[in-house]
Design a protein around this ligand. Structure first.
Ligand SMILES: [Zn+2]
Length: 262
């Protein structure tokens, strides 16, 4: 992909500012901006692991939270009889139920991106930019894009890395720039949009923590809506309740937060 269509779009650098460490925080004060948040995730169930407790608490505080799933989730089974034509709609239904449990307003699914097969593409960048320009979120949540191996000792899935990377690039600078995907503005009636805050889950150096102790059961109940993934695991609730519990007995979701000061 050439950078020819980015010509003329460069502006003075407005790099995001990392923040220092802090204790648990609630939703930010958005000032005059609408309280809108968007979680962008690779597969059904990813946003529920990543930020369902935060979704739950923010929606109770009056936010409109949306979820965008990038791939079709078609490889999320060991069951040979569950072909893509059956699994895709099943997992979309499960995602709507799971997100609905946290008060999410609407779940969107991109079309044409096969589970496990993401790579960097201008098309995917444009598709994510379009959703950001439509929904105009103040805050965007997504996967850690850079790390190949998590400190916990597992691999950061290919689709997670590419979803995170496209989302970061869409937030800054593509959705902001008039000359990135100008057809969305000229032909589709959208406007450029500046996201104010970006939250990365799965990052090993978090600087923003949500205390989800009060809603951890609701988070797990949401995850259990993904029956195709956890339906066989009767011990799931007990397992994650033990695994997620902090040394102080609290439950948290932790993010690397970047704020765009402009
Ligand atoms: Zn995933």
């Amino acid at each position: 992909m050439t950078s020819a269509n980015l010509e003329g779009a460069q502006k003075a650098p407005e790099q995001p500012q990392p923040e220092g460490q802090n204790d648990s925080e609630g939703p930010p004060d958005t000032g005059d901006h609408p309280k809108v948040a968007l979680a962008i995730a690779a597969h059904p169930d990813d946003p529920d692991f990543g930020c369902a407790g935060t979704q739950n608490l923010w929606t109770k505080a009056g936010w409109d939270f949306y979820v965008l799933i990038v791939t079709d989730g078609s490889k999320g089974t060991e069951d040979a009889s569950l072909t893509a034509d059956k699994l895709i709609p099943m997992r979309q239904k499960e995602q709507r139920a799971a997100s609905g449990h946290q008060g999410v307003k609407e779940v969107f699914f991109l079309k044409g991106y096969v589970d496990g097969e993401l790579y960097y593409s201008r098309q995917l960048l444009g598709d994510i930019v379009r959703v950001i320009r439509r929904l105009k979120p103040y805050a965007v949540f997504t996967h850690e894009p850079q790390q190949l191996f998590h400190a916990m000792g597992f691999v950061n899935h290919n689709d997670h890395r590419y979803t995170g990377l496209h989302t970061v690039d869409a937030v800054y600078p593509a959705a902001r720039d008039r000359w990135n995907f100008p057809e969305q503005i000229d032909e589709e009636g959208l406007e450029t949009h500046k996201v104010k805050q970006l939250y990365i889950w799965g990052n090993d150096d978090p600087n923003f923590t949500t205390d989800i102790t009060d809603v951890v059961d609701e988070k797990i109940e949401g995850l259990l809506k993904h029956k195709s993934q956890f339906g066989q695991r009767e011990d799931f609730m007990k397992f994650v309740r033990e695994r997620w519990k902090g040394e102080d007995g609290k439950y948290t979701e932790r993010f690397r937060r970047m704020q765009f000061l402009r």
